[in-house]
Each structure stands twice: as C-alpha cells, then as structure tokens.
Design a protein around this ligand. Sequence first.
Ligand code: MN
Length: 736
Amino acid sequence: MELTQEYIEAENKELTRQYKKLLRISYQTLTKEDKKMIRKAFEIAVDAHKEQRRKSGEAYIFHPLAVAQIVASEIGLDATSIAAALLHDVVEDTSYTLADLDQLFGETVARIVDGLTKISNLKKDRDVSLQAENFRKMLLTLNDDPRVIIIKIADRLHNMQTMDAMRPDKQRKISSETLYIYAPLAHRMGLYNIKTELEDLSLKYTEPEVYKDIKNKIKDSKEQQDKYIRDFKKVIQDSLDAESLNYTIQGRPKSIYSIRRKILAQGVTFDEVYDKFAIRIIYKSDTANEKFLAWKIYSIVTDHFRPNPTRLRDWISSPKSTGYEALHITVMGLKGRWVEVQIRSERMHEIAEKGYAAHFKYKQGDDGDRGLDEWINRLQEALDNPDTSAVDFVENFKLNLYNKEIFVFTPQGDLKSLPKGATPLDFAFGVHTEVGMRTRGARVNGKLVPLSQELKSGDQVEIMTSEHARPTNNWLDYATTARARAKIKSSLKEEKKTIASDGKITLTRKLKSQKIPFNEKTINELVSFFKLKTSLDLFYRVGIGTIDNKMIKEFAAQRSNAFMSFIKNKIRKPTSTENIDRDEITNKYDDLVFGSDEQKLDFTMSKCCNPIPGDPVFGFTTINDGIKVHKSNCPNAIDLRSKYAYRIISAKWIDSSTQGHTVEIKLTGIDNLGLVNQVTQEISNHMHVNIKGINFTTNGGVFNGNITVVVQSKTHLNKLMDNLKKINGIDKVTRV
Ligand code: MN
C-alpha cells in the first residue's frame, strides 16, 4: 500500500473520529480529570506506535483504540482501564518503558500494562499446549487485578475480529486458544456478549465451512423466526397490556457456536435444533416491584402456554455468581414446540449484557468507583476460589496440583515455575547453573532482598551475578529445590577437591619429615586413625589445617607402637551418566510425526473417524490411551479443540522410507578404561547414524550401556551393531 498524502490525511481524520467516539460511547460517566488522562494516554499511544502498521496495512494505533472502545463501551470499565487499554501494547512494542508509564500515569495504569505485557511475552515460541498451560498459570498469578484479564479479553476480541489477514494455521491456533481460555473467562466475568462473539469467531476459523453453513441457515430462517415471535407475542399481548406493564418482547437467537455444539452433542441436524432462539420479555420497573413483576409476567405467560416444570430457573431470588439475574422458563409454545422465555427487568438486562460494571451503576448511593472496586474484589474472589464450578478451564486441571507451585517472572517477562517456598537462589539455578553459581544478590520487584527470602507468585526476580561469586555452605540453607542444592553441593565438592589436592602435597611433606612412606597403606591408616571416610576427607582437613602437625605426630607415635588393621573401602564412581528423555524412544509406527519438531510418538487411530494415510489429521493426548489421531474434520474435533486445546498436538504424515528410525541399543560388557570413548567413537564414525542419547553405568566391573540412535535403514543398524560387537570388552549388543 502506498502511503500517499491523501491517505495519511484520511487516516488521521478517521483516527480523530474514533477517538471522539471512544469518549462518547463510554459507559461510565467521565469526569474532566478522566478525559484528561484518556487524552494523554491516547497521545502517548499515537506517538509510541507511529511507525507501526498491522498486517492489514492500517496504522497500528487503531488496534489499541478499538480495544479501548470495547473496554469503555461493551464492558463499561473506568477511565483507568480505558487509559491502560490504549497503552496496552506500548511497553511491549515500543521504546516506552514501564517506568515512563508509571511517571506519566501513576502506579495503577503502569501495573495493569505490566500485567498485559507479561501475558504477551509468554506467547512467544511456545507450542499450543504449552502456551495454553502457561496461560492458565499466568491467569492464576495475575488475579490481583482482574482488569488485566478483562483488558486482555478485549484485546483478544479485537484481534479475533481482525484476523482475516493472518495465515490460516495462525488463525486456527489463536481460535483454539480463544475457545480454551478467553471464552470461559469472559463467561466467568459475566461478559456474555463477548463470550458469544469469541466463540462464534473461533468457529469461523476452526471450521469455516460449518460456520458459513449455520450462519446462512440462520439467515434463511430469520423470517420464519420473526413470525413465530410475532405470533407468540399476539397470544400474551392483551393480558400483559391489561396489567399496564411497560415491556418489549424480542427474540434472542442462539449463537452459531452453541447451535453447532447442540448439533454435535445430540446428533441432530440444524432443522432439528428447536431452541435456536429464546423469547425475551424485558420490562420496566422500579427496584421495589422488580421481582413481583417478573412473577406476574410468569403467571401470564403460563396462563397461555404450558410450562415445563423441570425447566424453571429463578435467578432473581438467587443470582448467578456472575451477577446474572433473570427468570427463565420453558413453555410449550406454538406449533408444539418447547421455547425458552427469559423474563428480566431493564436493569437485569443491562447487567446480563455488560456484567458487573452495569450492576454497580444501579447501586444507589454508591459512587461509580466504589462499585467497580467491589466488582473487582468479587472477581478476584471467584478467581481465588478454585471451587467455583463456572470456571470451566480450571475444572480440567487439578488445581491443588498447582497450589504447591508458584510462578514468577524473569526481567524479560518469561515465566518460571518453582515449588512453593522457593527463594531467589532457587530461581537463579532455575534460570541457568552458571547464573546460580555466580549469584551475588537478588532484586525482587526492583528491591534488594536476601537470597533466603521466600518468593511469591507474580514476583519479578532479577539475579545479580559476579565473576567472583561462589557457592558457600550457607547457600544450602537458602536453596530449597533439588536442582539448586545438587549444584551447590557439587560445587562445594569441587572446591573441596582443590583444597584437598593442596592438602595432599602438604601431607606428603609432613609424612616425609616423620619418615613415614606416602602410600595407599599409610593413607588408609590415617583415614581410620582420624575416623574419616575417604582419603579426600583426609587431604581436605590437612588442606584447611584442622589436621595439623601435632596430630600427625600423634599418628606417627601410635603407628610405631602397634600394627593396625584396616578395612579397605574402595568406592567406585560410575564412569558417566547422561540422562535422556526415554519417552521419545518409540518406534512402533513410522508414518506419522507430531508437533513442530516432528517427533515420533506412540499413537493409535481414533475409532470415531478412522483416518487413513493422507487425511489431514491431528493428535489428541488422552489420559490413559496416549495419543489418538483424529481427522481434522472429525465431528469430535471441534469439541476436543474447544475443551482441550492444550492437549491437541499437530500431526503430519511422512514418507517413512526417507525418514530416520529411532532405535535403542543395549550394550553389556566388562568395564575397562576407554570403553565409553571407543563406543561413542564407533557410532559417530558411521555416516548415517546420529546419537540421540547415551546412558552408561558400571556396577562391580560390569558395563551397561543404553544408546539411542537414529538410523536411515536396517542395513545401517546391523552394520553398526556388528562393529560395536568387535570392540574389546563388549560382550553383548542387542536392540531393545
Ligand atoms: Mn494488543
């Protein structure tokens, strides 16, 4: 696209128009101060994104502006949230920093943008399932301000609305994630309209054909539906009017997504889905008569239509945890058809459309801010409380599994999970051993803290390192993770070795002056005399001086007096142990590979759609049966994708004759010097063989090896095994 002068001018005009619209459509009444803050946020955002354009070609600023409009109008949040929405991509994408925002807009806006930036950073370079899993964890950590999540939902809604310019695989990936995370979240927060739109848009990209088909059918049946509602209205109209009720009757169409779900769940056709729409009666009322009028309308409706007693839902007496209030009944309507009737006051209707933001607008005597705070507090409780059944995505996991885990961020915004009770030192070793080893100090959320401080979920941890830093014995008191403790111990051991080798030299000299020969026998006598375990302990103690001249003289004196018995205690260490991921080593089938790295994994074909080679397929990870392969257009696929997107793994058919085969070889033999070296040498000499993993152990002089290799063909494998057998010391070579 050429950015001509005219184009830029038209774009600027549109920008001004959209900005004015943002202020106009705000659900909350904006004060002068509010408008000033929003103006400032808008100007900063315009400046920050001035060089950026979206894939569609339009200036980037239109995206945050649209997100702010959703936040302001559809969700009805406050000016702080509107400003944060305008700024939500500024820190991630531009040279503005969090500190800048803090200074310009204060702590709250900066904190919200920080949360949004962290979420964005999580997304990079992760496969779908891992990403979804991380998202879920992240949501649990960021619940200290639900506005972060709400703005993120608005961000996602706008991205879904403007996804046409994207690659189809990306569209599917984002849609799957939307169904998995954002739609249930929007539902949980009482944002029903947004939830519905997210679901419909997701279907549009995961199953475009189905989406179009249902959409067209809805359009075709619209007239018929309108007539049905008109006829229904005629029946009750006079009775309602006789009670001088002020009301409107509308049809509420079922969403495309929920029609699709019903078709799949009940195995019916579009025409057989009877509740494609509900009838909604919205009435005017003052607060005092609200409930009474609802039941009055109920009474009138059921005078004319027989109600289904099992389908009565009274959410006026006990509202849903999301704040939803209404009276739902299902009646036998015209043409012998069950139809749902939703009875709600205008106030209830607004809450249903907007969620709690509307709820608190109606609260008498409360100013808007306090209402919003209360809403946020209630959302926080809902998120804090894992028992809340409506949080669908949480149900799929055993939440208490993660209660013992905390999630912290690196300065770059990467997420790290650590066991509860972990300290900055654990974090340092979690990042990298080298970082752990060189830890000098730590900052948590910008403040210097002791290395022993317990970390909390959501903390941002920065480790300061120094070339001269080294683990000390104290560190074992600060570190709680097995990984950190093992590394610290082995480092302390290394240090001990260095001191010991100095100690050995000192000891040789001291023994010489006592006319005692320095040999294995003497060493063993010394170890026993000082009640130690190993010669290393002995040399180390000499090195640091706890065994001094005087004590060596005592030993010399006793030695000349008596012969001592001693036990030879030789401890052998395994030559080398390298662990490999054994899960990778399966080779039962060789015509499908999974994931972005095209791994070979165990799988079975699903019975519901029986894929054959060549079909577009995907893998679905089951709890008990490993990976099941489904066709992409399998009727169960949409359901699986939506509910368990994190368990979906991409699958690709491969030509097995051109692919390498992963094989595990087991070696046994007599341990001798250089054997490992010879084995690895032999394998790498073979041109067509790659080593994927090696694990050698020796036990009482017996050598055991497991090698995982990738070979091109059986011939190559046999050749390799033959050559391995020829190595001196190798007894048996078998394929596992
Ligand atoms: Mn965005």
